[in-house]
Design a protein around this ligand. Structure first.
Ligand SMILES: NC(=O)c1ccc[n+]([C@@H]2O[C@H](COP(=O)([O-])OP(=O)(O)OC[C@H]3O[C@@H](n4cnc5c(N)ncnc54)[C@H](O)[C@@H]3O)[C@@H](O)[C@H]2O)c1
Length: 318
């Protein structure tokens, strides 16, 4: 009978699925220190994985391991070479995250555009009439937004932007123009040219050699002073130091960040003092609904793998 290690507990609905399936045994492992994982994991056939790190040494030590089922879509915490060498299947929860992330992007866009944190503060502090001294807020209607990366999240975001009357442009060299047009978006070929005219930019591409520092001081300098950048994808795609400089110099209006170059960011990171940035702690998927979907999909991917009916789209191509 396959043994499943649940590395750090997942949603109760997912645990219930495991309890109710007599074809599998499972154990929840809360201590995900390297020493403990090296000691515990060799007897397991499958693992569910949240943010614990599975490095080369841990994976090479797991001779029975056949599947790593990631709770999420990123897999930067897994040593890919070790996964390949040991012929392990790595799956992700492709159906669970996009709605929560795209809603989070809309929340950040609206929050920053409407300056709601400042308005809320002056009302609480009895400074109601200071409303006249504060920069006016922005409407979304008729504004241009550039979505960088048109995968699951980008596709989920487009209709939400359109519902607010925004004109949506997409930069994704790997997606055909026709697909973008089917979503009533416009494909952009030259990112830097378009940055000069867009009002908003939202990042949904993976972090890799091509996307690292994609947004940097040279293109930030060309953007509209009223523009707003949202990054819920991966830290490092927007260069943090350059973003801070651009905001401090008034080159752009604001930014929303759910992700950081280093997580958690250092307490003395100057970015954290910047009032023009709205932060969240890599929590775009932390809705009750999304956590339940991710947990259930993580477990179902393991069941499907052993029952030989795993959808290929769930497997990370290595
Ligand atoms: N904040 C969070 O909690 C959270 C949650 C889910 C996903 N994410 C991250 O968001 C990103 C997008 O997730 P997804 O599920 O939509 O991924 P996805 O794989 O479905 O889509 C990524 C898209 O990026 C495109 N792309 C690749 N290289 C590019 C480049 N150089 N320029 C422009 N586009 C490029 C791909 O063609 C693809 O269409 C990932 O990095 C993921 O890790 C973050």
């Amino acid at each position: 009978m396959p043994k499943v290690a649940v590395i750090k507990s997942i949603h109760p609905s997912a645990i219930k699925l495991l309890k109710n399936n007599s074809k599998f045994e499972f154990e929840v492992i809360e201590d995900f220190s390297k020493e403990n994982l090296i000691k515990k994991l060799p007897s397991f056939d499958a693992v569910t994985l949240k943010t614990a790190k599975l490095d080369n040494e841990i994976i090479n030590n797991c001779k029975k391991l056949k599947i790593i089922s990631r709770h999420g879509v990123g897999f930067d915490n897994v040593d890919i070479n070790a996964v390949k060498t040991n012929n392990i299947t790595l799956t992700i929860t492709t159906n669970s995250n996009a709605t929560a992330v795209s809603e989070h992007v809309m929340f950040m866009i609206l929050n920053i555009s409407k300056g709601i944190n400042v308005y809320d503060k002056i009302v609480r502090e009895g400074q109601f009439l200071d409303r006249n001294k504060i920069d006016k807020s922005f409407e979304l209607w008729n504004k241009k937004i550039l979505i960088v990366g048109f995968g699951r999240v980008g596709k989920s975001l487009i209709s939400k932007c359109q519902a607010f009357g925004m004109k949506v442009y997409v930069y994704d060299p790997f997606i055909d123009k026709k697909i973008i047009e089917n979503f009533k978006g416009t494909k952009i070929d030259d990112l830097n040219e378009f940055l000069k005219e867009t009002d908003y930019i939202s990042i949904h591409a993976p972090l890799n050699e091509e996307t690292k520092n994609l947004i940097n001081i040279s293109n930030l300098r060309t953007m509209k002073k009223s523009s707003i950048i949202i990054n819920t994808s991966r830290g490092g795609i927007v260069n943090e130091k350059d973003l801070n400089e651009a905001l401090n110099k008034g080159l752009i209006h604001g930014a929303g960040l759910d992700v950081f170059e280093k997580e958690p960011p250092d307490k003395n990171n100057p970015l954290l003092k910047n009032k023009r940035i709205l932060f969240s702690p890599h929590s775009a998927t932390f809705t009750n609904e999304c956590m339940e979907r991710m947990g259930v999909e993580t477990v179902e991917n393991i069941f499907d793998f052993f029952e030989k009916k795993l959808d290929k789209s769930k497997i990370v191509k290595l």
